[in-house]
Design a protein around this ligand. Structure first.
Ligand code: ATP
Ligand code: MG
Length: 391
């Protein structure tokens, strides 16, 4: 009995013009993800079929779960699209299954097939009942749905369903730069941005010696965890110490964070331009801390014309944590290393900064030269398999 993994695409297939690009990108991503296995990928505009070695089945099923752009996938038996072959395959395969109640759902993409889907489901249901003991049909709440998909050449029979991650294939949109701290929120924001097909590279602001190399290592671990969902992810490390010290020295303590974040946004804009990224992505969540009130966001955002995507802006912390656990970043994020923002955090950061006041405070900082130098000195790690050599 020949088996394939049958893949049903995610959302974009409803838009006809984009289908080719969607399928092409998804194929590339699947090939990349399964490059260590001996597989053959067949595809059309609504399905993909992966031929594989049976001993790799479980490993491949787990890997496919990490790929965006897949609605669901199934281990399917393949046979020729003629009635005798389909019936024989059904008889053979149903005996391998374990269930008490079932229904059959037939799909017939080959409309020249001489019976309707409903008629076929009835016939197949009858065959199943005749060839397996102690089972019955339950159309409302069956233990197993037996799918029979009849396509032009081949027919696919499957008894299982694995949920995919959904979203769009990684890289189908342009590039965005993710502000990645060591916290809980920003890795989740990166994951959600990738889910919409954005090619995400990460930017980490560090303030050595106020922050440690362990803090950097933590971010590298997070990058490696996020990399599972994409083909590659670059990490840019911004030496932020000088500008932070300058701000700390010059401005009123309650404006330190507001102005520091404006500097981060300025650097992000410059890096986006330099590396051809179209959007900034970060883990801001409305109201979570002083710099994330609407007033703060307004004043901070004011330094850039780029779209700023905040995937977790409207999620509760518990909802963010739930995703962080699902994508396995949570346990790393809660490790107790300091972040450049927390090191310089004043006792009473302003909750509702005004733009006028912010500009006045900012005038006290001589930042242009330092910003330029900071951008020039940003380290870039491109597509490295492991980051061990960085430190
Ligand atoms: P997180 O849990 O992601 O650290 P947070 O709740 O601690 O977020 P802030 O520290 O105010 O919030 O940061 C808000 C966002 O700004 C972060 O989610 C992240 O996107 C970005 N950010 C903060 N610090 C850094 C940093 N050192 N490097 C890069 N991005 C940062
Ligand atoms: Mg943080």
């Amino acid at each position: 009995m020949e088996k394939v993994i049958l893949i049903k695409y995610g959302e974009l297939t409803t838009k006809k013009g984009n289908r080719n690009y969607f399928v092409k990108t998804l194929t590339k991503n699947i090939e990349n993800k399964l490059k260590d296995f001996n597989v053959l990928i067949e595809k059309d505009l609504s399905r993909m079929y992966i031929h594989y070695n049976v001993e790799d089945e479980e490993a491949i099923i787990n890997k496919i779960y990490e790929i965006f752009g897949i609605h669901s996938y199934h281990i399917a038996y393949v046979t020729n699209s003629n009635m005798d072959s389909i019936k024989n395959e059904l008889i053979k395969t149903v005996k391998l299954q374990n269930f008490k109640t079932f229904k059959v759902e037939t799909k017939r993409s080959d409309k020249s097939f001489p019976k309707t889907s409903m008629e076929l489901s009835k016939i197949f249901g009858g065959i199943v009942l005749k060839n397996k003991d102690n089972i019955k049909v339950d159309v409302n709440n069956p233990e197993v749905i037996i799918h029979v998909e009849i396509r032009e050449k081949n027919t696919y029979i499957y008894y299982n369903e694995f949920n995919g991650l959904g979203g769009y294939p990684s890289g189908i949109q342009g590039k965005g730069l993710l502000m990645l701290s060591g916290g809980i929120d920003s890795p989740v924001a990166g994951f959600l941005a990738m889910k919409r097909g954005i090619k995400v590279d990460a930017v980490y602001f560090e303030a050595i010696p106020h922050t440690s190399l362990e803090a950097r290592e933590k971010v590298i671990t997070l990058v490696n965890k996020l990399k599972v969902y994409t083909n590659d992810m670059n990490l840019y490390i911004v030496p932020f110490t000088k500008i932070q010290e300058e701000i700390y020295k010059s401005v009123s303590p309650n404006y330190v964070i507001t102005i520091m974040r404006r500097m981060m946004y300025r650097i992000m804009s410059a890096l986006c331009e330099k590396y051809n990224a179209k959007v900034i992505i970060n883990g801001e969540s409305i109201g979570q801390v002083a710099s994330q009130t609407l007033n703060s966001m307004y004043v901070i955002n004011n330094v850039t014309n780029l779209p700023v995507i905040r995937p977790v802006a409207c999620l509760d912390k518990l909802e963010i944590i739930e995703i962080a656990k699902k994508i396995d970043t949570y346990n790393t994020s809660i490790l107790p290393y300091e972040d450049c923002c927390t090191v310089f955090v004043p006792k009473h950061p302003i909750i509702n900064p005004s733009l006028d006041e912010t500009l006045k405070e900012e005038e006290k900082v001589n930042y242009e030269e330092i910003l330029k130098e900071t951008i020039d000195n940003t380290f870039i790690y491109k597509n490295e398999k492991n980051y061990e050599n960085i430190l």
